[in-house]
Design a protein around this ligand. Structure first.
Ligand SMILES: Nc1ncnc2c1ncn2[C@@H]1O[C@H](COP(=O)(O)OP(=O)(O)OP(=O)(O)O)[C@@H](O)[C@H]1O
Ligand SMILES: [Mg+2]
Length: 155
């Protein structure tokens, strides 16, 4: 389903990945394990199109996505969930979830997807009812702050 062939990438003159090849089949979960700085996040950035590969090939479901931008890669069904609570802090929990259905293909079954997420994580359903303004019971873990955007963090 997902194939990487000889991917090399990095930042400026610095090379972080050399000749990385991976094959992931449908339904398979593959973990990339390594020490800090090994290049795990860099690899994810290349797969999602956030960082260009200098060489190599990225194939998803038989289609060559090498060189495609992140906004095109996501439309093919590859989503990157960033580490470290990298959500949209100015949006509510509900609005953040809606961003996951930004692409047209996801919008058509947004309601079902949302129900699935709320079943898996009921606390999100509660938080989604909150606006980002002045609902004290809706404050997340950063509730000591009075800035509106922090109320949007999911618990
Ligand atoms: N934005 C950047 N600019 C320049 N170098 C970077 C950048 N991001 C990462 N690097 C470097 O690229 C290499 C790989 O980093 P990367 O973040 O991919 O590692 P990682 O395996 O995800 O590490 P960690 O386990 O700490 O998350 C490291 O040497 C790192 O310093
Ligand atoms: Mg990382």
């Amino acid at each position: 389903m997902l194939e990487l062939h000889g991917i090399t990438s990095g930042y400026g003159a610095f090379t972080a990945l050399w000749d990385v090849s991976i094959r992931v089949e449908k339904g398979e979960a593959v973990a990339v394990v390594g020490p800090n700085g090994a290049g795990k996040t860099t690899l994810m950035r290349v797969i999602s199109g956030l960082l260009p590969a200098r060489s190599g090939q990225l194939v998803f479901e038989g289609r060559d996505l090498s060189g495609e931008k992140a906004y095109d890669v996501v439309a093919h069904g590859i989503a990157h969930v960033p580490e470290g609570r990298r959500i949209f802090p100015a949006l509510t929990v509900g609005e953040n979830l809606k961003m996951g259905a930004f692409i047209p293909a996801a919008r058509t079954h947004y309601r079902e997807s949302l129900e699935r997420v709320y079943t898996l994580f009921p606390a999100l359903a509660e938080s989604s009812r909150c606006s980002r303004w002045a609902v004290p019971s809706c404050r997340g873990p950063s509730s000591s702050s009075s800035t509106s955007h922090q109320w949007a963090w999911p618990p």
